[in-house]
Design a protein around this ligand. Sequence first.
Ligand code: PEP
Length: 241
Amino acid sequence: MKYVLVSNWKANFTLDEACKWFELVSNFNNPGLRIIASVPYPYIQFLAQNYRNIDVFSQNVSHVLGGAYTGEVTISMLKSVGFKGSIIGHSERRHIFNESDDVINKKVLILENNSSEIILCIGETLIERNEGRTKDVLYNQIVNCLRGFVNFNLLTVAYEPVWAIGTGVPIKIEDLVDAERFIRKIFKQEFNVDDIVLLYGGSVDKEFIKLIKNETTMNGALIGSASWDPQNFLKIIHNFV
Ligand code: PEP
């Protein structure tokens, strides 16, 4: 079983703060747990070259391969500075930057074609949950975002209910057990994949990580705010190993 913890920095950290975080967290070294940091673009090269034990991911990649697209950061640029993969389809990209499942699908395939890893985020909004549509939303996001995708070794899925992100209120553990069962069933049914690497994200802290470990068979977590203080992230790591 693969165990993974991802720290999603979002639009935070100066280079100095980024180095301090890596100095502390890269002291943790346990081959049984993979640590990924999804960092802002400008820091990827420096962090990937200077620290061991932490895999450096981006938080996005362009849906175009290059050309007259001012401001876009392409897959070739990211590969040339040593990134390993990218978060794709984070709810902030979907809801603030209007990324559709079609655009997310393009990005997923670009990463796959370049042998780069993908952390695909899926999750329902509060309205969708309250209307009883959670399972339909998850099913549609999975099949639409993964259309044409075949190399499941490159894929990690992060189930992140939108209403739980950044709110301090994680999902109830029994609801997570139910969602995990459903998502794993979709991967078996649609792609014949038995062992998809599946993370939970949404207000994970040093207490909730113990519930994930003890009461689910999830592979780990994607963590935002509780991971930004490196000491706090190390507590989460220690409560998961
Ligand atoms: C996230 O950034 O995907 C996330 C889960 O954030 P938080 O842990 O702050 O809810």
